[in-house]
Design a protein around this ligand. Structure first.
Ligand SMILES: [Ca+2]
Ligand SMILES: [Ca+2]
Ligand SMILES: [Ca+2]
Length: 529
């Protein structure tokens, strides 16, 4: 089987050699006739028993050589096209060692432009370079962009440009990247509204003036803004100084957060006079910057204020606590304090020396606040010392307690006295003064008339006038003031020392109109003291 196939192969091989070998110089008909001649020769030798050494293994031609039999049973060897003899060549060695010719190296090969020569066994090939494809005998550039063989980013974001042998990718405007991957560069931007820098006064509310996000219409990513306000500007400007509010714009793409814009606003907080700053309408401000309490003075600081306690007050836990005892005051101030139990006109009133002073304004207990105002203090009579000898005298021990619990004690000597004629009599005194002035005029007239003839008449009229005036005064006092005195006594009013003296002096003057003033004063002193 194998042998048969080999023979068949040799014969067909031989026939093809004849066709190939003569195709360049002879016409097809000529070579066919030659082939027929050989075939006839061959059959002749076969039938004439001439051995054909080109058949089988009877020749030593190289496998890449042709075996050509001759007429006398010999043969010659010839290297096939694309092979050449190596070593010394004569007729005995020709065709015995045929080696492939490297046409690429010898320059025998001519390849078209944009192709590379590749040596093959017995021949050569021209391979089109990358980016080119064969069209007939030529290598032509492939238009990768037109044929979709490129790896550029999609046409919406990138531009593909064909080149000879290759192509280029480039991102479109508004995108960045190598052309194979293009990122959108048209990012949103941020602008601030309002003043920058912004000037505020201490405890002004921080007015976020706002911002604008300028987002391109073709920007599909999610955008978020983060505003960072320093704690000193939280709601209110809490402290003087320079601050910075930052606005950061982030883009969220595929779950990734990227900062795309950042701006800052400078804020300057200036001092303000907090002692006079009216915050009464804002409860939140009142809590942040309370007014100083009534026991403290507001003192301006470089940036803020301090509540400094007044003298007598102590700062405890930020509050000024009252450490100043209250005051006990007598109205009027007397020592001893005199209480009158008996009034004129036979009406008497008994005074209990062990009871607290309540007559008139009497005794007062109060705190004097820093602003000068008074705050009532609790007053109590702790004890009473009674004079064992004089049952009209006593000493009261008072205790005053202010709201903070500070205590003040004061001992007050008490004396109970009788009698009261007071201001009713003072009214009559006024009348006396009036009369006295008129008497003076009378005297002057008398002195003048002593030199005239009517002296006796004048003296008479003086005496009569005097008597009439005295009677009038007596009447006016007894009738006109009696009612008033009664009302006064019943209303339990309290007389003073001076009331006593005036009353006595008038009383004595009424009944001793001709006494000199010095005598009246002496008598009043004797009676009163
Ligand atoms: Ca070759
Ligand atoms: Ca190309
Ligand atoms: Ca006090």
């Amino acid at each position: 089987m194998h042998l048969q196939a080999w023979f068949r192969g040799r014969w067909s091989f031989l026939l093809s050699w004849y066709v190939n070998e003569h195709i360049r110089t002879h016409s097809l008909t000529h070579s066919l006739s030659l082939s027929l001649i050989h075939s006839r020769t061959h059959s002749l030798t076969r039938f004439g028993f001439i051995e054909n050494k080109c058949e089988g293994f009877k020749n030593d031609c190289h496998q890449n050589a042709y075996c050509i039999p001759d007429e006398v049973g010999g043969y010659t060897c010839r290297c096939r096209t694309g092979y050449e003899d190596v070593g010394e060549v004569d007729e005995s060695t020709r065709g015995r060692n045929c080696v492939d010719i490297d046409e690429c190296a010898t320059g025998a090969a001519t390849c078209p432009e944009h192709s590379t020569c590749r040596n093959t066994d017995g021949s050569f090939e021209c391979d089109c370079n990358a980016g080119f494809e064969r069209q007939g005998a030529l290598c032509i550039d492939i238009d990768e962009c037109a044929t979709g063989k490129d790896d550029c980013a999609p046409r919406e974001v990138a531009i593909c440009t064909n080149t000879i042998g290759s192509y280029t990718c480039k991102c479109k405007e508004g995108y960045e990247g190598d052309g194979r991957e293009c990122r959108d560069t048209s990012k949103p931007t941020l602008t601030l509204r309002g003043d920058n820098p912004l000037r505020l006064e201490l405890f002004d509310p921080f007015p976020e003036p706002g911002y604008n996000i300028n987002e391109p219409t073709n920007h599909p990513e999610e955008v978020r803004l983060q505003v960072q306000v320093p704690p000193q500007l939280d709601t209110y400007a809490l402290a003087c100084g320079d601050y910075s509010v930052s606005y950061t714009l982030y883009e969220y793409r595929d779950g990734k957060k990227t900062e795309i814009d950042f701006v800052t606003r400078s804020v300057t907080v200036m001092r303000r006079d907090l002692c006079t700053f009216d915050r009464s309408s804002d409860p939140e401000l009142l809590q942040l910057i309370p007014y100083c309490d009534k026991f403290a003075k507001c003192v301006e600081l470089e940036c803020g204020y301090d509540c400094v306690c007044y003298e007598g007050y102590e700062k405890i836990d930020g509050k000024c606590v009252d450490r100043k005892p209250p005051v006990i005051e007598l109205q009027p101030e007397q020592d001893p304090y005199v209480l009158y139990e008996c009034r004129v006109c036979h009406i008497t009133e008994t005074i209990d020396r062990t009871k607290p002073i309540t007559l008139g304004e009497g005794i007062l207990a109060y705190d004097v606040l820093p602003d000068g105002s008074r705050e009532p203090a609790k007053l109590e009579l702790e004890s009473v010392d009674l004079d064992p000898v004089d049952n009209k005298r006593a000493v009261h021990h008072y205790k005053a307690t202010d709201l903070a619990g500070n205590i003040y004690r004061r001992a007050v000597a008490i004396e109970v006295r009788s009698e009261d004629v007071r201001e009713k009599i003072a009214k009559v005194e006024q009348m006396w003064n009036f009369l006295n002035e008129n008497f003076a005029e009378f005297r002057e007239k008398v002195d003048a008339d002593q030199r005239s003839t009517s002296r006796i008449a004048t003296i008479t009229s003086y005496i009569v006038g005097t008597i009439a005036l005295v009677l009038f005064v007596q009447f006016a006092f007894l009738v006109g003031t009696k009612t008033t005195l009664l009302i006064k006594v019943l209303s339990a009013d309290r007389p003073a020392w001076s009331d006593f003296e005036e009353a006595w002096s008038f009383w004595l003057r009424v009944f001793h109109p001709l006494w000199p003033s010095a005598d009246i004063t002496a008598e009043v002193f004797r009676k009163v003291h």
